[in-house]
Design a protein. Sequence first.
Length: 75
Amino acid sequence: MNDIELILTMLAEATTTKLQRDRDSQGMIPLKTDARDGGAVAGRTRKDIETQTGKPVISGENFKQLPARRTKRLR
């Protein structure tokens, strides 16, 4: 992740936590709504940054490939 990606992730998490505390959300459905709203804030911010810079925020830095799985053969 680059710096902007990390900051946007932190923004989404902090916003979600703030919404949950302010709304006093209890239960799966309200917490899911808080998470969507927190993610939407970070998403709008990302789009704003991309509009201003003209470059994508998302990068392939530190992307880990899963190792190829060996298939087991039955005898």
